[in-house]
Design a protein around this ligand. Structure first.
Ligand code: ADP
Ligand code: MG
Length: 729
């Protein structure tokens, strides 16, 4: 390995932060090991020189020749045109952007080594914007393939390459893992890294690039192991915590709620309710302040849109409330929170339960009153947005926290939530002011044994309508128990999906006219126009006017991101009440709204939406018994991935299949990015294709944590550094 020039090495460790230095940090490249684990995207073969005469159209190759011509020409636009020859033939190099220094370097008579893609141009074979360097006949060729690293605009590839090489030499690559835990046939970490950064020319580019090479396998295994370890660690920490044991009583609130529901649960709903109840009343693990406690639930409830998660949440809440504890339910948007509120009040108020409502927009007296109800315990259920976990909110006795559409909360919010929830129940402050909501006699035993002193925390239930495939769930949510509602309530007619080109707008409007004439309701979703809320709004407003004009005697509503929460809520309420025939909206209705009478969903410029977003939007209809239709309007030309997305929407209505296709179209990095907001969780491993490695890593993680906790920690630090926190979110 060639030692890097001193200047680069100094820049990499020095305190003075140059531009490239900051760019390195942005890529997470700080410690030598970070560089060592920053692996090439692909490679270029600069170990060979081929004769110009042997180049075919489209060939990626390196050639060497002497400049015979170098001039700036005006062919449509100013460009630098250089001709070289190597004795076998001539090749034209064309630069549309160039610096005077480049023009100077390519003076006639100079010998250059050039790499690029050969193309049959107007003037014969040429390379546009090749990379080149001035050489002498004695300049040695590269002895290894040249790595091309993921980088950013501020960070030149050559600079990054040197920085990686310098740090690779310096990084501590000692083997940490006991050999018996590493799957057979994989290289050591040092071998693997040296190989991947500087592969010998004899290695097939194909095995390197499809990442099937044992060196890649080793890196993937290491990465998966770090991720499994950090999640398993989080899980074990949680298992040491205590939450109140919440028993299901015969004839209790849950049973009464079940009896009062206007429908019976599906088998799938019953199963997940049982799983949740099982967690809440898991065998007691000691007492705190006289209360029986158990391991806190940490469960993800996933179910396709419309599968009926809300009622499951209500039934879980009923168990907590019945045991004298409070339950908080959080949703990512006010609209969604309000929907929950309405449903839950409808179900629980008749049973004598007080529900409080907390959102950012709720201010003044109303808010003070709510905060009092929460603090006194009068409100057994608290519904709202993330306002529920704000500083000033104090719960008397929080036993269960439910987070709807949890993936919609940012990583930071989820970390904050977790940190806050741990401290939510603080009875030591004023033990006697605590309301006697079912607190068992003896609950206020000696002070040191108060639940807070014993680290009591609430149970948590997270809900998501973005079901993910099993291996992915194992990788991504290794620290969670997962319950899945895998069937929709009966009596739903599947939504029929139709594609319409933009030009068919009139036909779509005619269809809307028919539907509203039959008393149905319609959503019209306008696309997000990238980074332009103003354009968004103008577009939605224009559509609103057009539809209002096309539907005389009908009311068309408009909902967009600039409206304040109360306005949004008013529009939504009018739509829910059936006073609006059509609701024109920007993507604010994306999650969770439930209006069974709506039977037509029109999505304009569907090609601009992500697949799971389209599926979620489609899930807004088909909630009642009327046959529903989802119209996807699209503009042309369609990109390849847009075509794949629309095709998937036409071919399936099943959320799991949609998730699988989405993963296929986007690749795991981006798919997982949803959880990590930006930094992909897994850089190398792909849970879809590396299933065997996922299993091996999972088993190895458990063994390591049990038998060699120091090694486990060192491995996590090596791989994740400061990022390890994020995995717990
Ligand atoms: P999601 O899982 O998308 O949050 P919801 O909880 O909003 O779904 O439920 C969708 C609709 O189905 C609601 O109107 C709800 O009341 C209704 N629903 C839920 N469970 C059943 C059931 N077992 N039978 C009939 N309707 C149900
Ligand atoms: Mg929902």
């Amino acid at each position: 390995m060639a030692p890097a020039p001193q200047s680069v090495a100094a820049a990499v460790v020095g305190k003075d932060k140059s531009g490239p230095q900051r760019a390195l940090e942005k890529l997470g490249l700080v410690r030598p090991i970070d560089f060592a684990l920053h692996l090439p995207l692909r490679y270029e073969d600069e170990t060979r020189i081929v004769p110009i005469a042997s180049l075919g159209d489209g060939a990626q190759a390196q050639v060497e020749g002497v400049v015979s011509e170098c001039q700036v020409q005006q062919r449509g636009r100013r460009q630098l045109v250089v001709r070289i020859h190597d004795g076998s033939d001539d090749l034209v190099l064309r630069f549309l952007h160039f610096y005077p220094s480049q023009q100077k370097a390519l003076a006639v008579g100079t010998r250059v080594r050039v790499r690029g893609e050969a193309r049959g141009g107007f003037f014969g074979l040429e390379m546009v914007h090749p990379s080149f360097k001035v050489v002498t006949p004695a300049t040695p060729l590269a002895t290894a393939l040249t790595p091309v690293y993921p980088t950013s605009a501020q960070l030149p590839q050559a600079y990054l390459r040197k920085a990686v090489a310098a740090n690779l030499a310096r990084a501590d690559l000692a083997e940490l893992l006991p050999p018996e835990l590493v799957p057979r046939g994989l290289a050591s970490l040092r071998e693997a890294l040296t190989f991947l950064h500087q592969p010998a020319p004899s290695v097939g580019l194909a095995t390197l690039e499809d990442r099937s090479h044992p060196a890649w396998q080793r890196l993937k295994f290491e990465e998966l192991l770090a991720q499994q370890l950090s999640q398993l660690q989080a899980k074990r920490e949680r298992e040491r915590q205590r939450a109140p044991r919440l028993a299901v009583r015969a004839g209790g609130l849950q049973e009464r709620l079940l009896g009062a529901l206007p429908f019976t649960l599906t088998a799938a709903q019953r199963r997940v309710v049982d799983e949740i109840a099982g967690d809440l009343q898991r065998a007691a693990r000691g007492t705190a302040g006289g209360l029986a406690t158990t391991v806190p639930m940490h469960r993800l409830l996933q179910g396709d849109v419309g599968s009926g998660k809300t009622v499951v949440a209500a039934l879980a809440a009923a168990i907590a409330i019945d045991n004298g504890w409070q339950c908080a339910l959080m949703a990512p948007t006010e609209i969604l929170a309000e929907q929950h509120l309405r449903k839950l009040v409808g179900w629980l108020a008749p049973l004598g339960i007080t529900v409080a409502w907390l959102t950012g927009s709720r201010k003044g007296k109303g808010r003070t009153r709510m905060l009092e109800q929460v603090a006194s315990g009068e409100a057994a259920l608290v519904v709202g947005t993330h306002a529920v976990i704000q500083e000033q909110v104090r719960f008397a006795k929080l036993g269960l926290a439910i987070v709807d559409e949890q993936h919609r909360f940012g990583v930071q919010q989820r970390l904050a939530l977790r940190a806050k929830l741990g401290a939510r129940f603080d009875p030591s402050a004023e033990p006697d002011a605590r309301p006697d909501v079912g607190a068992k006699p003896g609950a206020r035993a000696d002070d040191d044994a108060t639940p807070a002193a014993c680290g009591i925390e609430p149970h948590t239930l997270m809900m998501s309508a973005t079901p993910i495939p099993r291996t992915l769930a194992m990788t991504l949510f290794a620290d969670l128990d997962v319950s899945t509602i895998d069937a929709l309530p009966p009596g739903r007619t599947p939504v029929v999906t139709k594609l319409f080109a933009d030009a068919k707008r009139e036909a779509v409007i005619a269809r809307i006219r028919d539907d509203v004439a039959q008393g149905r309701q319609v959503y019209w979703v306008c696309p997000l126009i990238e980074e332009s809320e103003t354009l968004d709004l103008r577009n939605a407003t224009a559509t609103h006017q057009q539809l209002s004009a096309a539907l005389p005697g009908r009311t068309v509503g408009l909902l967009h991101g600039r409206m304040v929460a109360a306005e949004k809520a008013a529009v939504m309420a009018a739509f829910t009440a059936g006073q609006l025939s059509v609701l024109v909206s920007t993507t604010v209705i994306e999650v969770g709204v439930d209006v069974p009478n709506a039977s037509l969903m029109v999505i304009e410029h569907a090609e601009r939406f992500g697949l799971s977003q389209l599926h979620q939007l489609r899930g807004r209809v088909g909630r009642g018994s009327a046959a529903s239709v989802c119209v996807l309007m699209y503009g042309t030309p369609l990109s390849q991935t847009a075509k794949q997305r629309l095709k998937a929407m036409m071919e399936t209505g099943d959320g799991f299949e949609i998730a699988r296709r989405d993963l296929e179209i986007r690749g795991p990095g981006e798919f997982l990015g949803a959880r990590q907001s930006g930094a992909p969780l897994l850089r190398f491993a792909d849970p879809a294709t590396d299933e065997a490695l996922v299993h091996a890593a999972r088993a190895a993680a458990a063994t390591l944590l049990d038998q060699r906790p120091q090694i486990a920690l060192a491995h996590v630090v090596r791989w994740l550094g400061t990022r390890s926190d994020y995995l717990k979110a």
